[in-house]
Ligand binder design. Structure first.
Ligand code: GLY
Ligand code: MN
Ligand code: MN
Length: 435
């Protein structure tokens, strides 16, 4: 992502904030996995969205209209000894020279500097509750100012949650963001193709996961969530995480795996037969889910409301289950009674962006939000019949199918950006059998 994109976002946010305000956004803390071992550092999405700065222990401050500079970054100071161990740091100079800050200070000095910046502002835009330690520091700075108010110092009058404005900006993807999402989805689709080719009876779920991870990493991407690689009955476990079982001849394999490329997530699910040929029942369920997915994708159009794709999926799934004899009754009543829910118990999608379940409201007041160009959603209906399902005969047990794609709302037809891996069952069979 180019520097200009981050500048544009800061400008847009500052226009909405208006004068006499301050917005404070801290970087994500470093998190420990066990003992002194750290997780790979992942910058906070809001912080990165505004700064493009990927170091920990930083704080971004925006002050619209401030003559000495509107954008101030607090960053770790240079430290040759620490840098010899952990790698280089931008330092305040680098933050200005390379990261677009108008002014930058060592984060170690923030207690001395930030209260002075707060003093000039009537409202503080900050999101409480995400970084509790930092919440306490903000409260401490404001209380410090209040204690001095009797000496004539000005104190901010209100705290405003920053996420309403910022998250709404993040719902509408710019052209560079869409390009990055397309790249992310292309890499993930390649990983699914590789997994489809690799999977075979006798291999294991973790081996398939290894193929996926290899494909992500060789394209400079990482996981956007822990991959789900579930064979047989495991395909019916929505958030299956173990990925430890042997793949059996005659079973389906459900893979829900997406990558994060340059901070943008993809989220793709494919389900296919481990031996390369769908059984009659597997294919029957698969075709219902595919019909539901296609009906839902067709509703991803401007002016439709958020729930229309889900409603289309629900209708197609219910019709399909009726056709297969897995539900009995009249379509409208089955839909009204949510009779499909034992088989299809999740929603048909979510916003997609820097976070896999991306930020942004789904409703405006009581009403579903209308879709607009630049929004990106997943479309992911499924049908799951785990062993022991009383309302389904035994020969349907162990079939779990989900098909998930990433879809951009455009002015015209929906743009499926994850189509680089087949969903058509004949195409899947041909692809798996080709050399
Ligand atoms: N992979 C998470 C989801 O599909 O929502
Ligand atoms: Mn999803
Ligand atoms: Mn998914």
């Amino acid at each position: 992502m180019k520097k200009e994109e981050f500048t544009r976002r800061r400008r847009q946010l500052m226009r909405m904030l208006g004068k006499d305000t301050i917005a404070i956004v801290p970087a994500a803390p470093v998190r420990h996995r066990n003992s002194d071992v750290e997780y790979a550092y992942r910058q906070d999405s809001n912080f990165y969205y505004l700064t493009g700065f990927d170091e920990p222990e930083a704080v971004a401050v925006l002050m619209p209209g401030r003559p000495q500079g509107e954008y101030v970054l607090f960053v770790r100071d240079r430290d040759p000894v620490r840098e010899a161990w952990d790698g280089s740091r931008a330092g305040p100079e680098g933050a200005v020279a390379r990261h677009g800050a108008d002014d930058a200070f060592p984060v170690a000095d923030i207690d001395e500097i930030l209260p002075g910046l707060l003093e000039r502002c009537s409202s503080v835009h900050y999101t409480m509750g995400i970084h509790p330690d930092f919440d306490q520091r903000i409260i401490g700075w404001v209380n410090g100012l209040r204690a001095q108010a009797k000496h004539g110092l000005h104190t901010p009058q209100e705290f405003v949650a920053l996420d309403h404005l910022l998250h709404d900006m993040r719902v509408y993807k710019s052209s560079p963001e869409l390009d990055t999402l397309r790249r992310s989805a292309t890499i993930a689709a390649g990983a699914h193709r590789r997994a489809m080719k690799f999977a075979a009876p006798g291999r294991h779920e973790y081996e398939v996961m290894a193929e996926i991870l290899h494909e992500f990493h060789r394209h400079k991407a990482d996981i956007s969530y822990h991959p789900i690689v579930g064979g047989g009955a495991n395909s019916c476990v929505l958030h299956y995480r173990a990925n430890s079982a042997r793949l059996e001849d005659g079973d389906l394999l459900l893979i829900d795996a997406g990558c994060e490329y340059d901070y943008y997530a993809s989220d793709i699910t494919r389900t296919f037969p481990i031996n390369g040929r769908f059984s009659e029942r597997q294919r029957a369920i698969y075709e219902v889910v595919l019909e539901a997915q296609q009906a839902a994708i067709d509703k991803v159009r401007p002016g439709n409301h958020w729930n229309e794709p889900h409603e289309a999926a629900v209708k197609a799934v219910t019709q399909g289950l009726l056709r297969l004899g897995l539900l009995k009754g009249k379509l409208p009543k089955l839909i009204k009674d949510e009779a499909y829910k034992p088989f299809f118990m999740h929603r048909s999608g979510h916003w997609l962006g820097m976070d896999v379940h991306d930020v942004g409201e789904y409703k405006v007041g009581e009403d579903w939000r209308l879709l607009e160009p630049g929004m990106v959603t997943t479309i992911e209906p499924g049908i799951y019949i785990p062993p022991g399902t009383k309302i389904a005969p035994r020969d349907w047990w162990g079939i779990g199918v989900r098909i998930e794609d990433d879809v951009v709302v455009t002015k015209g037809d929906p743009e499926v950006i994850s189509g680089g891996v087949p969903t058509d069952p004949d195409e899947i069979e041909r692809f798996m059998q080709s050399a």
